[in-house]
Design a protein around this ligand. Sequence first.
Ligand code: FES
Length: 102
Amino acid sequence: MSAFVKLTTESELPAPGQAKEFPCGDKVICVANVNGTISAMDNVCLHRGGPLGQGVIEGNKLVCPWHGWQWDVNSGEAVHNPVVRIAVYPLKIENGDVMIEQ
Ligand code: FES
């Protein structure tokens, strides 16, 4: 069963065009801001484990800081091979808190 838990507060979210890492239970979540639209995905790149929240945004793609694999922030698909897909999570904002569905 899934449920929303608090990830962070709205004021801590990354600025447009940036990504950021947030601890969440026993994992880390990468939150990306593409032109004001916030999305969340696992922070661990499926190539060799690079920290996606330390990557950069190009268009609507998040670029891994280690070897440049690009990830669609909405679908979680690797741009070069959509079969490779990283987990993405729904977010909602409630009273200034950013909630993530797990
Ligand atoms: S670890 Fe992300 S591209 Fe290699």
